[in-house]
Design a binder for this molecule. Structure first.
Ligand SMILES: Cc1ncc(COP(=O)(O)O)c(C=O)c1O
Length: 414
């Protein structure tokens, strides 16, 4: 077999296959009830309406849709996105907007633009695994900040002191990465006060904020809180916030389509960075989604998704209450939106080990350790409630409760 390893770049050597993604393969066997993936419920995909929109594209602009496009994105789609954002109170122009191949590409573009080897990104403990992978692939590191016990954002005192210490140690910090709406993995949602405090921190330090908002529209309980991007825009408007959006959770992830909103000078740089990756985002899909958005049906799909996920989240929370051992050192989040909840178990339980036991009982989750850049906490796990059916939620949580009880019994009676 050919050996390529001596040719790999230093950056390539920093790209680690995630153990979590490896474990995910185990969880994909057909007879396993999996709470591990992050998949939307397939029954929310409006297949027939999307087919009709695709037909309109072929019928009216087939050759254009099959041609190269501009890196910035299809004008028709950008107009629809500007309207979509305006409906939510966010005012942007085409200069503030770049269409991307979903937010994962945006995470890579931002990392590519800002990070030298050894640089730091401030991010939550825990945070989204795919963002960690993007940062690692540029040989950069993460300064991890814990959340408050109220789960309403970063512990700002720790942020201030970690930042000061990092500067004293000569560390170069390039940006702050946050997912304020229903974070993956935890489901945490930042309060308005914490969003404002982070923005003030950004103004004071000059650090850009990368606000990743794939779940923003999937709020199924309570009132929406303005994004940090919007707070800046309606306030001092310093343009330090980069906001990422995607069709993955509001329509269908297979479209691989998203958008970046940012200051026009940054968008111009992102365009150049993106050109080396793929020249332009898939033109057919852009026209197809623009056509679909013109039908005005996206809003009702989002409404339907919210209702479905609210019901499933409630089933999962109720099932956890019924089946998990009742102890002070076992608790879980009760998210008001998004796709995930986060379970914390007694400190002596390592959820990576627990997963192997769970798989024996044919239920799966994601062990929490993978959502930390370093010094992981081992006693938490992520559960997805959007994909499993109601019956699977009931039976899967029942099995999980048994596995956790067995781990506690084994610890207490060694
Ligand atoms: C926080 C966060 N950001 C980005 C992504 C990537 O999404 P996509 O590339 O499908 O837009 C995900 C996917 O689960 C996510 O949870």
């Amino acid at each position: 077999m050919a050996d390529f390893s001596k040719f790999y770049s230093d950056n390539a050597n920093n790209m680690k296959a995630s153990t979590i993604r490896e474990l995910l393969k185990l969880t994909q066997k057909p007879d396993i009830i999996s709470f591990a993936g992050g998949l939307p419920a397939p029954d929310v995909f409006p297949v027939e309406d999307l087919r009709a929109a695709a037909n309109v594209v072929f019928d009216t602009k087939g050759t254009k849709a099959l041609q190269y496009g501009t890196t910035e994105g299809d004008d028709g789609l950008r107009e629809e996105l500007i309207k979509f954002e305006a409906n939510q109170g966010v005012t942007i122009t085409k200069e503030n907007l770049l269409v991307v191949s979903a937010s994962q590409q945006a995470l890579d573009i931002v990392a590519k633009l800002f990070l030298n080897p050894g640089d730091y990104v401030i991010a939550g403990r825990p945070t989204y695994l795919g963002a960690l992978q993007a940062i690692q692939s540029y040989s950069a590191r993460v300064l991890g900040i814990p959340f408050t016990s109220a789960q309403d954002g970063f512990d700002m005192a720790v942020l201030e002191s970690s930042y000061a210490q990092a500067l004293t140690a000569g560390k170069k910090i390039k940006y702050i990465y946050v997912i304020p709406d229903f974070q993956n993995p935890s489901g945490f949602c930042w309060s308005l006060e914490k969003r404002k405090a982070l923005l003030e921190f950004s103004y004071k330090t000059g650090l850009p904020i990368l606000e990743d908002s794939p779940y923003r529209e999937i709020r199924f309980i309570g009132e929406s809180i303005p994004s940090i991007y919007e707070i800046d825009q309606k306030g001092a408007n310093k343009g330090l916030v980069i906001n990422l959006k995607t069709f993955s959770k509001i329509l269908a992830p297979g479209t691989r389509m998203g958008w970046i909103m940012a200051d026009h000078s940054l968008i111009a740089k992102f365009v150049v960075a993106k050109q080396a990756m793929d020249l332009c985002t898939n033109v057919f899909t852009q026209m197809w989604l623009a056509e679909y958005m013109r039908t005005g049906k996206l809003e009702s799909v989002i409404e339907g998704t919210r209702a479905k996920y609210r019901a499933k989240r409630t089933l999962m929370v109720d099932a956890l209450e019924r089946y998990m051992p009742k102890r002070n050192d076992i608790h879980w989040t009760k998210p008001e939106g998004g796709l995930f909840l986060w379970v914390t178990l007694p400190a002596y339980i390592d959820t990576a080990q627990l997963l192997l036991k769970a798989i024996e009982k044919k239920v799966a989750f994601v062990a929490g350790a993978g959502f930390y850049f370093d010094n992981p906490e081992h006693n938490s796990l992520r559960m997805n409630f959007s994909y499993p059916t109601a019956d699977q939620i009931e039976e899967g949580v029942r099995r999980l409760g048994l596995v956790v009880q067995e781990a506690i019994t084994a610890h207490e009676n060694p």
